[in-house]
Design a protein around this ligand. Structure first.
Ligand SMILES: C[S@@+](CC[C@H](N)C(=O)[O-])C[C@H]1O[C@@H](n2cnc3c(N)ncnc32)[C@H](O)[C@@H]1O
Ligand code: SF4
Ligand code: SF4
Length: 396
């Protein structure tokens, strides 16, 4: 086995008694009936208190430290832009990052806003990596035309994985992100990252218009040409996407055409990575935890926003309201925070009562996404691929 950077003892939640991360950023699980790997002084060993119905700490934290962004995409979950921005200040991010490290979190994804304009971005990367945490980030690439070699070296030396957002072909991407020339910037950012030996992938956000759905044909070609993985995700009903009704909640014929097409493309393009509800009938990597309708929010992962608010997931924090981390300890809120207890209870109830819990595909599909079930107030995600229901108007 590769060298472990962090190893955390667990209490058999999801049948896991220990979990670690290698210096290559790979998760290593020790199941209930397996022996704990040999650990030496190069591994940071963590023992937390037991937490009911969850791991003793998140495996992954999604950290959006600021809403500052040179763009203003119409679907942005964090309502980011250049005016009235909010962000975590230096003292607070120092305190918070220390807590994340001490807690034994294994992965951190730094988002935003635009992470590359957050003043403490590179310091955070170095600090997390020095503690063995695997760091990833997502960017539109907007700052890449002026990125220095020194900064690229920091990304490579600290093993950062960089997702470049690309929502479709040139005309569409520039129009939808309201920034002429952004497509070319995104493509050249991928090339720069690859040339510098930095792990990269594309990340596409699909909204509920025919024009957006049709972009998958372009995206398929681009990922093959660039030879980079591409994560295709549907926009979630949060922030500006919720206000402007840009998520697919009740699918129509256009959606099902897109759904069939993207599944077909995936069969011939190994770079395409689809979200759970699109590949409900394939063995999903997350199914290793076999927790049915538990999508990870509040049991294996958590979210911190620009106000230092801590919640199970950034897409559903209006249903499981966040609590502030200012002046308190992350361990305490993860274990006893009202919103965390509430979502763990929600998953337990769903796994008892929902029709999805009896579905043969539930471990891969996870019943779609709680953000959609909660926004539509439906017991089953209306995008259920087994029912394949077409709605004429919202909800009818
Ligand atoms: C919030 S952005 C932050 C990083 C950076 N500014 C960017 O656009 O890549 C991270 C990713 O989330 C996607 N995104 C934004 N709003 C979303 C929403 N409502 N639902 C799902 N994904 C969303 C973006 O397209 C982007 O790929
Ligand atoms: S999606 Fe990313 S690039 Fe677009 S406004 Fe939001 S933070 Fe900025
Ligand atoms: S019933 Fe549909 S939505 Fe639920 S787990 Fe099965 S395929 Fe997924």
């Amino acid at each position: 086995m590769k060298q472990l950077a962090i190893y955390r003892y667990e209490y058999n939640y999801a049948g896991i008694r220990g979990i670690g991360i290698t210096t290559d950023g790979e998760l290593v699980l020790t199941k209930q009936n397996e022996t704990i790997p040999q650990l030496d002084s190069r591994t940071r060993i963590i023992r937390n208190e037991e937490v009911l119905d969850a791991f003793s700490a998140p495996i992954k934290i999604f950290l959006d430290p600021s809403t500052k962004c040179p763009l203003k995409c119409p679907f942005c979950l964090s309502d980011s832009g250049s005016a009235n921005t909010k962000g975590i200040d230096e003292a607070e991010i120092e305190r918070l990052s220390n807590q994340i490290i001490d807690f034994g979190v294994l992965k951190v994804k730094i988002g935003g806003g635009e992470p590359f304009v957050y003043p403490y971005f590179y310091d955070l990367i170095k600090k997390f990596n020095n503690s063995g945490i695997s760091v990833s980030t997502s960017t539109s690439g907007i700052t890449f035309p002026t990125i220095t070699q020194e900064k690229l070296n920091i990304l490579r030396e600290n093993r950062v994985k960089v997702s470049i957002s690309l929502d479709g072909g040139e005309q569409y991407h520039d129009k939808t992100r309201c920034f002429p020339g952004l497509f070319k910037i995104a493509i050249s950012s991928v090339k720069t990252l690859k040339e510098n030996g930095i792990k990269t992938e594309l990340r596409s956000t699909i909204i509920n218009t025919k024009e957006s759905y049709d972009q998958i044909f372009e995206l398929d070609k681009i990922s093959k040409k660039l030879e980079v993985p591409i994560r295709i995700r549907s926009v979630k009903p949060k922030g500006r996407a919720a206000v402007s009704n840009l998520s697919t909640l009740f699918p129509d014929e256009k959606y099902w055409f897109f759904y069939d097409a993207v599944r077909k493309l995936r069969n011939d393009n190994p770079f395409i990575n689809l979200e759970e509800v699109f590949c409900y009938d394939s063995s999903a990597h997350y199914s290793v935890f076999g927790q049915k309708l538990d999508c990870a929010a509040g049991t294996r992962s958590a979210y911190i926003d620009w106000n230092c608010h801590f919640s199970p997931c950034g897409f559903i924090d209006s249903y499981f309201p966040s609590e502030t981390l200012k002046g308190t300890d992350i361990k305490m809120l993860w274990k006893n925070g009202y919103n965390f207890k509430k979502i763990r209870e929600y998953f337990k109830t769903e796994n008892k009562n929902s029709k999805c819990s009896h579905c043969a595909y539930v471990n891969a599909c996870q019943g779609g996404c709680p953000s959609v079930r909660l926004a539509t107030k439906t017991p089953i995600d209306p995008r259920c691929p087994l029912q394949k229901k077409t709605y004429l108007n919202e909800g009818s």
